[in-house]
Design a protein around this ligand. Structure first.
Ligand code: AN0
Ligand code: CP
Length: 312
């Protein structure tokens, strides 16, 4: 692996999952690999898990880690040819090249605006770093994708699968704020690469990008979709068609123990209790959200390991 900006950077998913599970048993085995190598993590947005698990992953590999909350530095300019007479103090052209001199790998978190669909879909922040940085880029959740989360999710499903071809359902849930589609997008892409029976359920009008969902069955009746599910992945996303809008907060879409049936409950976290999912589910024995969050470390570690092995 030369970079990890999207799950399409994974060539052999099965072996990557197997290697991640092995790495989990001996997390310090490759501690020499990252010696004198530095990971710079750039945060345009807040994070709890991604920040700590990616740092932990890098440290397990013996790397040095530096983090910058970009908004506490300079407002970066991304447009070409602009007269920078307003709020932006530094162009990404300089910033990315400068940071590349301090880093062997750069990881970036940059959420979408959820107001300008065309700009968000262009992934201009992530793409600008890919263009101007001279070191590999790792996506820590961009406007449209969260590939580290999706890899951790795939590993978690592999670990907990008891049947040959489990049924996995991605179920939309209500949320008071407008959230990105990134987690749902990457999960949907990942499930299409796994040997699972994958379905999506959401209110009508909440369709994700059809270039991502392709021919995955979309079932508007949540109860019907959840029948006989082995894994239920719950996530809110704001409207993709009427871009960034919160058009539905119907509490009937919240996940309950009754609806979950015998399935395992998954969520990327952070999660709003009794809005997205009721307490009984999160506090019950079928929730595997902690195992999912734990796997974030090893997903990040296998990615960093493979990139380090490919550095010239
Ligand atoms: C973000 C999202 O939904 O994309 C991050 C989740 C990993 N969620 C929130 O900001 C609550
Ligand atoms: N799941 C996840 O990416 O969490 P954070 O936003 O806390 O990093």
């Amino acid at each position: 692996m030369k970079k990890y900006t999207d799950i399409s950077d994974i060539t052999d998913l099965d072996s990557l999952i197997r290697e991640t599970i092995l790495l989990k048993m001996t997390p310090f085995e490759y501690h020499g690999l990252g010696k004198h190598k530095t990971l710079v993590m750039l945060f345009f947005n807040a994070s709890l898990r991604t920040r700590l698990s990616t740092e932990k992953a890098a440290r397990n590999l013996g790397m040095e880690v530096m983090s910058l909350n970009v908004n506490e530095a300079w407002q970066l300019e991304f447009e070409d040819g602009t007269v920078m007479d307003a709020n932006t103090s530094e162009h990404v052209k300089e910033a990315a090249q400068v940071i590349s001199q301090y880093a062997d790998i750069i990881a970036v978190r940059a959420f979408p605006s959820l107001t300008n669909k065309v700009k968000d879909q262009s992934e201009y922040i992530l793409k600008s770093f890919e263009k101007y940085a001279t070191v590999p880029i790792v996506n820590m959740e961009s406007a449209t994708a969260h590939p580290l989360q999706a890899l951790a999710d795939a590993v978690t499903i592999s670990e907990f699968t008891e049947t040959k071809r489990p049924k996995v359902v991605l179920s939309w849930a209500p949320h008071p704020k407008a959230l990105p589609q990134a987690v749902a997008n990457s999960f949907a892409s990942m499930m299409q690469r796994m040997d699972v029976d994958f379905q999506i359920t959401h209110p009508e009008g909440y369709e994700l990008d059809s270039n991502i969902t392709k021919d995955v069955p979309i079932i508007y009746n949540q109860e019907e979709a959840l029948a006989e599910a082995d894994f239920v992945y719950v996530k809110n996303w704001s409207n993709f068609n009427d871009y960034g809008k919160v058009l539905n907060t119907d509490p009937n879409w919240m996940m309950t123990a009754e609806k979950l049936g015998k399935a395992k409950f998954m969520h990327c976290l952070p999660v709003r209790r009794n809005m997205v999912v009721e307490d009984a589910v999160l506090d019950g024995g079928q929730s595997i959200v902690m195992q999912q969050a734990n796997n974030r470390t090893f997903a990040a570690q296998i990615v960093l390991k493979q990139i380090l092995e490919n550095l010239n």
